[in-house]
Design a protein around this ligand. Sequence first.
Ligand SMILES: *Cc1c(COP(=O)(O)O)cnc(C)c1O
Length: 368
Amino acid sequence: MSERKFEGIARAEIINLPIYSPGLGSEEVKRRYKLEEVIKLASNENPLGPSPLAVEAARKELSNANIYPDGYCGKLREKLSRRIGVSPDSLFFGNGADEIIDLIFLAFFNKEDNAVMGDPTFSSFYLSGMSVGAKIIYVPLEKYRHDIEGIVNAAKKGAKAIFVDSPHNPTGTIATREELEYALGNVPEDTLIVWDEAYGEYAEDGEFPQSISYLEDHPNLLILRTFSKIYGLAGLRIGYAIADSEIISLLERVRPPFNVNLVAQAAAAAALDDEEHLRASKEVNREGRNYLHGELEKMGFKVVPSQANFVLFRFDHLTSKLSDRLLSKGVIVRDGTSLGYPGYVRMTVGTPEQNKKVVSVLEKIIKE
Ligand SMILES: *Cc1c(COP(=O)(O)O)cnc(C)c1O
């Protein structure tokens, strides 16, 4: 059989897509560098783990694993709708927010339709877009922040959707209330505004908008959220969208019938009840973020002020790649190169112990 036999068979749009690389896992790093202990601060996961209530609910639900899940996510839908004060038919659940991004492109985009987004931004936005042949219009960030006016101006020339992550990944900056209002008021009415708040629960800036309050007057607004970050359920894959019921109903047409598994549904519903876990997660993050920001600056790093559960920082006074040096000492971070910030590192805020360890490792590296 000749090599590359199937390249001519696959759709042209996907040939040049990169294969997603999540980086090394903890076990692999332990083996490679012969380390006893490894700290993984690469994927913005909750360092406190999932809520014990969620774990208990998941365990119970496992004995029903022979049954297909409720494709409508009925129980979770009811609970979440009451919790956030929207009608049940304004909610849509996905196998992670990532799947919802895919389904948005599948439902709304023809080949060559424009998708406007920041540069850099969350990779799923452009990877999902490219996979359906959408034309990606990139609007460079300004001082680590989304240029909302630039995004709106691009959308005015014609776009199916704009994509804004706030807090932004990988900088941690937010788009303000004023900026959301500007987008809502100036983007064409038939352009979807995908407003991704994966890290929204961590944002404490008074300018962070209450995005849900705009849904009623703006049927083109779609808010994305996830149970992967503050709720600590990344491994179970569940996220949701909040939008006008007509948009939700269009997404429902392209949704795989059983896209959210029953364990994830049960765990997410229980996690919503665990306000103590939520409070502690927020508190540990706030303190850790402040601590890391301060210590990193003391060491001479340039740190981007973050409203999320990670910090992006620059290390131009060091010669070789900082992420590799951290890795060899048992700290897994995300190198900025693949995130659009070469010369930077994105590091998740850990537990107080993890943060202290990381700071001491960095101090050692600087002295080497
Ligand atoms: C982590 C993340 C998500 C959520 O992804 P899931 O598929 O729900 O795990 C969405 N948007 C951004 C910007 C993220 O960083």
